[in-house]
Design a protein around this ligand. Structure first.
Ligand SMILES: [Zn+2]
Ligand SMILES: [Zn+2]
Length: 352
């Protein structure tokens, strides 16, 4: 039996439609029929082939061990249709979101349940084939989180946008209940972060973006205030909206001007969590780190237990899905193009 997959065969080239034999699950593997696959900003980086490290330096994905051809999409929901002989008791027909941040399973990080920071990642749609296909192989059924009747199209972004923002927001601890969280970037992750804050009963979000349509969408989703990142008084506007300066800033863009804005807008004891990978570099006066004092932290996707917590919040009705735009899988190149041009509000989810 043949299946379609849309693969990166050359960096920066349109994804190529490839017909392949549908893989048969071996060992502990399960075969999942894809019902929905989200398109994430990091798919753009993999497609382009590098991260911008600033100062003209680039981190090539080939150096990270990413090999072509590769089927993109790490935000996958689907139905279990077959399982290998060692997969154990797997219910056929279960519709689940797939945890894509898979590690080696043997190192200290994996043993702690932090497979997302394993040094030998096996992530779906990054190191192994992902969801822009009719079927995907998942290495073990434990990576499947049962949707319990949730819509797979709305749930797909939980696997990356969802668990990434959830894991990042949790790093702020109790202060989300004391102060508004400043969110820089109102794309797929930003809209999700607004929903995560609501689900956790947080004080709320002050959202910063350069795009007026995205600011509008953030207001509609319940942001306390929105601010144009390019306004000359953006720092003062953030101070006003947070009652004197931000104590929690989530930078979902991660570019030179946004990290700089995050640090400038932070008050004493401010905590900046950087998630975005747009790239660049900054120069920072070291005495301000201890004197202000600032906490600057990185956050990379999320863990399987965090994805389970997030799906539970949604199944209990505490967390609303953020806005998604379903598109047929055949439009994946148009979707990629739209994302590259920054024209997308919410998440594009491809449906085979
Ligand atoms: Zn992603
Ligand atoms: Zn590992």
């Amino acid at each position: 039996m043949q299946m379609r997959c849309y693969c990166v065969t050359g960096h920066g080239q349109p994804l190529e439609l490839v017909q392949r034999d549908t893989p048969q699950p071996q060992g502990t593997e399960v075969l999942v029929r894809v019902r929905a696959a989200g398109l994430c900003h990091s798919d753009l980086h993999i497609w382009e082939g590098y991260y911008d490290l600033g100062g003209g330096k680039k981190l090539s994905l080939a150096d990270r061990g990413i090999k072509l051809p590769l089927t993109l999409s790490h935000e996958i929901c689907g139905e279990v249709v077959a399982a290998g002989p060692q997969a154990g008791d797997v219910q056929m027909g279960t519709v689940a979101v797939v945890h894509p941040w898979i590690g080696c399973g043997k190192c200290a990080a994996c043993e702690r349940g932090e497979e997302n920071i394993c040094m030998k990642p096996q992530s779906l749609g990054v190191m192994r084939d992902g969801g822009f296909a009719d079927y995907v192989i998942v290495p073990h059924p434990r990576y499947l989180v049962d949707l319990g009747g949730l819509d797979p199209v709305k749930a797909a972004p939980l696997a990356c946008a969802g668990v990434t923002t959830y894991s990042a927001v949790k790093k702020f601890g109790e202060r989300i209940h004391q102060d508004p969280v400043v969110i820089i970037g109102a794309g797929g992750l930003g809209m999700m972060a607004i929903e995560v804050l609501k689900a956790l009963g947080a004080k709320g979000a002050v959202v910063v973006d350069v795009d007026s349509a995205k600011r509008e969408a953030a207001l509609k989703a319940g942001a306390l205030a929105v601010i144009d990142a390019r306004a000359s008084d953006a720092v003062k506007q953030i101070a006003d909206a947070t009652g004197g300066g931000a104590r929690a800033v989530l930078d979902l863009v991660g570019a030179t001007p946004t990290v700089k804005l995050a640090l400038d807008a932070s008050t004493r004891g401010g905590h900046v969590v950087v998630v975005g990978l747009m790239g660049g570099d900054i120069t920072i006066s070291l005495p301000i780190i201890p004197m202000r004092p600032l906490k600057i932290e990185g956050s990379y996707v999320g863990s399987l237990p965090e994805l389970r917590e997030l799906v539970a919040l949604m199944r209990e009705g505490k967390m609303q899905p953020s806005s998604v735009t379903p598109r047929p899988l055949g439009e994946v190149n148009e979707a990629l193009e739209a994302l590259a041009q920054g024209k997308v509000v919410g998440r594009q989810v491809l449906v085979p």
